[in-house]
Design a protein. Sequence first.
Length: 189
Amino acid sequence: MKRFTVLAMLLLTLCLLTGAAFASSKDVNQERAEIDHLSQNALHNLYTQKPNARSIIKNCYAYATLSNSSVKVLLFGSAHGRGVAVNHKTGEKYYLRMQQVGAGVGIGAKEYELIFLITNEDAWKSFIAGNTHFVGSASATAKDGGVAYDGATYVADGVWMYQNTSKGLALEAFINGTKIYADKKLNRK
């Protein structure tokens, strides 16, 4: 059992380090362009599946997209991703990173996109500062202040989320700790 635990921890560490290694080998402008492209793809995929999301995102205070990869191996899992947050009211743009670790039962790997709807200034400030704490509450049709976020999941005060799985399969029952934070290197002027 001790060997199994050590092996699982080594796999988890490898998953976390892989994302950091790939990210550090690119030029800042090249990486920003790649993230902008991933963001446009995530929005396109969402609009294809949920056409009404286009007007919701256009009219919300801000939005963020994250393209992620995850690996679940027996009792442990991890995910990492990158993305961008765009404020419609101020024109601000922040590049983001995401790290997630989890414990539970599962196996698999997948690539997925998260699209966050940010409904107000306080939620925006909390989100880009990395202070948004996510909760697990889902609804097929969610409403916030009279606006219907059809198919979105409520994740925090003023923040709703869509998720698209683009590749892979994972059978899982995990409790995850997720951290989304500003990418200091990519946000330097």
